[in-house]
Design a protein. Structure first.
Length: 194
């Protein structure tokens, strides 16, 4: 792995001997794919990741590799357009959005490719994890009994769907961690900073 990083550095230095070379910090290598410091910044800028962590970026890359391996049909163009609009709306105006693209070194096409990749991951989670999560009436009843004060004395029937959503999110988080644990154990990962 060190030879790979050294080779990249040498190629970069030899490619432009008369001008300065801007080298980007490699934060991790996942199954031979490089992850850069700018990837962390882009996650924070465009996707609301408040505390960018290399480990989360590694997890995302592993899920993306799995999605490309297992998800049979790609996300629809309409999904990409809708997600792009949602990302765009996070900025106060067009100038702020274009400035963020410039500061992170991304193009519109690059952002759309990243959005497509994120949709692949969502599809993987939906098809291989969430699809297999079942919440029983008994689980809903137990949760209701343990958290009655949270529901302002409402009847179970009034909050059943809310409880179901809470329990689904909890189970999804657990299942994603288990899935990541399995694929991480089979991956070749080198993290360079923490």
């Amino acid at each position: 792995m060190r030879n790979l990083l050294f080779g990249i550095l040498i190629i970069g230095l030899l490619a432009s001997p008369t001008s300065a070379v801007v080298a980007e910090q490699i934060v991790a290598v996942v199954n031979g794919q490089l992850l850069f410091q700018s990837d962390l910044l882009r996650n924070q800028t465009f996707f609301g990741v408040t505390t960018p962590k290399v480990e989360k970026l590694v997890d995302y890359k592993l899920l993306l590799l799995e999605a490309k391996r297992f998800v049979l049909s790609p996300p629809q163009e309409g999904e990409v357009d809708l997600s792009f609009k949602e990302v765009r709306q996070k900025f106060s105006d067009e100038a702020a959005f274009l400035n963020a693209l410039k500061e992170t070194g991304w193009t519109l096409e690059g952002l759309k490719r990243e959005i497509l990749d994120r949709l692949w991951v969502k599809k993987l989670i939906r098809d291989r994890i969430t699809f297999f999560i079942f919440i029983t009436d008994e689980e809903i009843g137990q949760y209701y009994q343990q958290h009655q004060n949270d529901f302002e004395q409402k009847e179970l029937g009034e909050v059943e769907e809310k409880i179901r959503a809470i329990l689904e999110r909890e189970k999804e988080g657990i299942k994603i961690k288990e899935y990541l644990s399995r694929i991480t154990s089979q991956a070749n990962i080198e993290i360079n900073i923490r």
